[in-house]
Design a protein around this ligand. Structure first.
Ligand SMILES: NC(=O)c1ccc[n+]([C@@H]2O[C@H](COP(=O)([O-])OP(=O)(O)OC[C@H]3O[C@@H](n4cnc5c(N)ncnc54)[C@H](OP(=O)(O)O)[C@@H]3O)[C@@H](O)[C@H]2O)c1
Length: 295
């Protein structure tokens, strides 16, 4: 493989980690990698390594065509725009169209586990993007990512402080996976892409319920947590009472609804197959994050 790989969102955490794994784990030459960002000034470290740096903004369709010129594979890192107004889907469709117009051979994309059926409120952004990629007729690599272990920082520190963790996920499990394991797997697939179109689901090696994670946290972090099981409406009411902005409450509750339905419990061996490494167990993530979680 000699074609060029462009990674969008290269200043973000996942995009940056994919590029590091392309260089370090996969031994891809810097001259074959293009790092794209809305702010290329943030990519000086990569430029110093010989990685080409381009301006990539999905809100600028004309600029995208120039940015994608001469590139073999375009990895579209899904954006962080969650305004509930289809902005993200529009951005991703723009990127897909520009990749095709620029003559790319393959599109890769970071999606969500069970994108077409998931009850996560923004899953349609992902299933819609997947559909646009398939309709382009280009070869593709779709990475349906489970929840990052790092997402636990959104609720676990507070639960550790108060001793209570509120959820409507019931006994649904989540196959939490380290963001870096996802990056390593994506880099593996980009470096050695199969022909045609392939969809992977990148997960940890086990799906754990909130009760199981609370048990592990008690053991490893030394602080007991009681999981308080609620219905979706009670959970939403509690979030509003706690001052969570009303606009994002339905999205946050949908995470628990989806978990209860098993949408995030899928476990595959794709991370290991693509990266050659075992995914980090949640137990080890908690141990490695102990100081930060208890801060
Ligand atoms: N599976 C999960 O648990 C999980 C959790 C959080 C997020 N995600 C999704 O995975 C993505 C990557 O995660 P992350 O941890 O790397 O998040 P992050 O560090 O917050 O990165 C956000 C990314 O969005 C890109 N972006 C925003 N607006 C853009 C635009 N107009 N055009 C092109 N790119 C744009 C940014 O690129 P530049 O700033 O470099 O332009 C950046 O790479 C997120 O954006 C989100 O879609 C998944």
């Amino acid at each position: 493989m000699t074609e060029t790989i462009l990674v969008t969102g290269a200043s973000g955490k996942l995009g940056g980690a994919v590029i590091r794994h392309l260089l370090d784990s996969q031994g891809v030459a810097p001259s074959r990698i293009v790092a794209g960002s809305r702010d290329p000034n943030k990519l000086a470290d990569l430029a110093a390594l010989g990685v080409a740096v381009r301006n990539v903004d999905f809100d600028n369709p004309e600029g995208l065509e120039t940015a994608f010129a001469g590139v073999g594979t375009v990895l579209i890192i899904s954006t962080d725009v969650l305004d509930g107004a289809d902005t993200r889907l529009r951005q991703h469709r723009t990127a897909v169209a520009a990749a095709k117009k620029a003559g790319a051979a393959r599109i890769a994309y970071t999606s969500i586990a069970n994108a077409d059926t998931s009850k996560v409120s923004f899953a349609p952004d992902h299933s819609g993007t997947e559909a646009a990629i398939k309709a382009s007729g280009l070869a593709y690599l779709i990475f349906r990512n489970s929840w990052y272990q790092e997402n636990l920082f959104m609720s676990l520190p507070q639960a550790l402080k108060t001793g209570q963790w509120y959820t409507s996920s019931s006994q649904g499990g989540t196959a939490f996976v380290a963001r870096d394991d996802i990056a390593a797997a994506i880099a593996g697939a980009l470096a050695n892409p199969p022909a045609g179109g392939v969809t992977y689901t990148l997960t940890g090696s086990e799906a754990l319920t909130k009760d199981e994670i609370a048990g592990l946290a008690g053991e490893i972090l030394g602080k007991p947590i009681q999981v308080v099981h609620l219905g979706d409406e009670q959970l939403a009411g509690g979030m509003k009472a706690a001052g969570v902005p009303e606009a994002i409450v339905p999205m946050l509750v949908s995470f628990d609804t989806a978990t209860r339905a098993g949408d995030l419990a899928t476990v595959t061996a794709d991370v290991t197959a693509l990266s050659g490494r075992q995914p980090l167990p949640v137990r080890d993530f908690l141990a490695a994050s102990k100081a930060a979680l208890l801060a």
